[in-house]
Ligand binder design. Sequence first.
Ligand code: PEP
Ligand code: MG
Length: 311
Amino acid sequence: RAAEAAATWSGPGQTADGHTVAILANVADGTSARAATDHPVEGVGLFRTELAFLDRADEPSVDEQAALYREVIDAFEGRKVVIRTLDAGSDKPLKFVSQEHEPNPAMGVRGNRIASVHPDIRTHQLDAIARAAENASATPWVMAPMIAGAGEAEEFAAEVRSRGLVAGVMIEIPAAAVLAPAILSKVDFVSIGTNDLTQYTMAADRMSAELAAFTDPWQPAVLNLVANVARTGKELGKPVGVCGEAAADPLLACVLVGLGVTSLSSAPVAAAAVGARLAQTSSDQCREAADAALAAEDPEAARTAVAAILL
Ligand code: PEP
Ligand code: MG
């Protein structure tokens, strides 16, 4: 039945009682953005720009970057596109930015932290995004990865807004989730990266198969952090998205919506199943599922309790 519902669901994202939740795609370049339009997605919730440059020895020029970013904006003409500044380092090293020998790269100079070592690289990228946005059908939203505190969020937002763009940050370090009120007050939106938020909350490498039970996105500790961020977003009237793979699990997506998350972005193949499940679920059921997941002792108990409510 779930597969049948997914096959016919065509969006836009909403609960059974009409509460809208944008269903968005994670993309890596123009080709993957155009391919994503074959799925029932309403825009791009995460453009991982670093993935387009994994094979580069040198920094791509501003012109070349602008052309690439414009391809993604044009693939979703007039719709929402969230561009993330380079998240180089850790599992995605870039030859032209990453540190050679970091003992613990997941906790090293990665993501927005690179701006303190190579400020020009971020400046060039923001200039390229601004150039790509000129005469575009919609203004892209721009967010920084690996933000730990309000000072970094404020500094990034000033750079982005000075170029006429909409500024946000990712919440993927537990400190940022704990300090959500201070961080959200500095930006226009946030997007929760559940992959890294889970890795750092559980102190378990996201690449480790042996630790998969720890890096399960149903971990109640992670969901409690998501709840804190979503509640703050509601209080401040700012969008709170999720762009980690937690958003690809239909039941967990309902939990996230019940926690107050306003958009869900993941691999585009997941969009139909997530959208169809949400369309069958009321806002009240989402909230009930969220309460049950928050109260569970472990991922298994969370799944069982949520399945009993939603299935
Ligand atoms: C995340 O950490 O959840 C995220 C969306 O970013 P990435 O997977 O690219 O680190
Ligand atoms: Mg991440």
